[in-house]
Design a protein around this ligand. Structure first.
Ligand SMILES: NC(=O)c1ccc[n+]([C@@H]2O[C@H](COP(=O)([O-])OP(=O)(O)OC[C@H]3O[C@@H](n4cnc5c(N)ncnc54)[C@H](OP(=O)(O)O)[C@@H]3O)[C@@H](O)[C@H]2O)c1
Length: 260
């Protein structure tokens, strides 16, 4: 192993020019859309917190948001845990018109599918996530998900089934193998996970994560905020290789891929 160190910033000589959206799309494009690729995108403070005041938003910034949107643009399906949908106040998975146009020009549906992972099905079928969805969302759940007696005339599962495809991916927990198989059966191979930490933990535990995009926010959280991964058991170290490292002001944007 080499102990070489290279200077990324400040760059000696001519500074690199700012990347265009087209260049960023090329940088983040999957090697093959015909092969399954599971990628997650997270932001962390320098001291390792995935949240500031309980949310990830304050850690981001314009460059992080730009990459966040471009990663959606490249995906077949945006996969999000119910905890993140609830806490971050997700709306419908609708891309901006220029991103939808780009997808059409590139032979993709205008919008990716929104897939939500939930065991308890504590999701509001009348929320914008479902009511304003440009594409029928997926709810990936467990066969033991409880019926909600308060929902009338149907139970919660049935109510959700009216606005989304509800798919069982395990008995008491959503298992990653059946989850990815359910997506693949629908032709959804470019899987983009926006969190949260519990879902990322499941993906890592199953060794299903191919790439992790990580924005390091130039800030200290200082408290005991959560890491980007929250899961049960530690796994054998999963080696990753650095694909690229971008800089925007003092914010670092990296992508690491799983060394297979
Ligand atoms: N820094 C970042 O980039 C980033 C990104 C995303 C989120 N966050 C933060 O993370 C926090 C939320 O953390 P979280 O761990 O609760 O998020 P999460 O992983 O999105 O949500 C956890 C919930 O998702 C469902 N779920 C996930 N994996 C499951 C599995 N294998 N089987 C069954 N259900 C599963 C369950 O939903 P039910 O409860 O419905 O059963 C579970 O309670 C928020 O503060 C959010 O702001 C940070």
């Amino acid at each position: 192993m080499s102990d070489d160190i290279i200077q990324l910033h400040p760059v000696a000589g001519h500074p690199p020019s700012a990347l265009t959206d087209a260049q960023l799309l090329a940088l983040y494009a999957p090697a093959s859309r015909a092969e399954r690729h599971v990628r997650a995108n997270f932001v962390s403070s320098i001291d390792g917190s995935a949240t500031a005041s309980g949310l990830s938003g304050a850690l981001g910034g314009p460059a992080d948001k730009r990459v966040f949107d471009l990663l959606r643009q490249l995906s077949d399906v945006v996969l999000v845990g119910a905890g993140t949908v609830r806490s971050e106040g997700y709306g419908a998975m609708r891309l901006a018109p220029d991103a939808a146009d780009w997808r059409s020009r590139n032979g993709l549906p205008e919008h990716p599918v929104f897939a939500i992972v939930s065991g308890r099905l504590d999701l509001d079928p009348s929320s914008d996530v479902f009511a304003k969805a440009p594409v029928r969302p997926l709810v990936l759940t467990v066969s033991s998900a409880p019926a909600d007696k308060r929902a009338a005339p149907a139970d919660k599962r049935a109510a959700l089934a009216e606005v989304a495809d509800v798919v069982d991916c395990g008995a008491s927990t959503v298992e990653v193998g059946p989850l990815l198989a359910a997506l693949e059966a629908r032709g959804l191979l470019q899987v983009h996970c926006e969190g949260g930490p519990s879902l990322l933990g499941s993906l890592i535990a199953a060794d299903a994560l191919d790439a992790l995009c990580l924005t390091t926010s130039p800030a200290l959280e200082g408290g005991d905020g959560p890491r980007i991964v929250h899961a049960g058991e530690p796994v054998p170290l999963r080696a990753m290789t650095l694909d690229h490292l971008l800089l925007s002001g003092s914010m670092l944007l990296s992508q690491y891929s799983r060394a297979r």
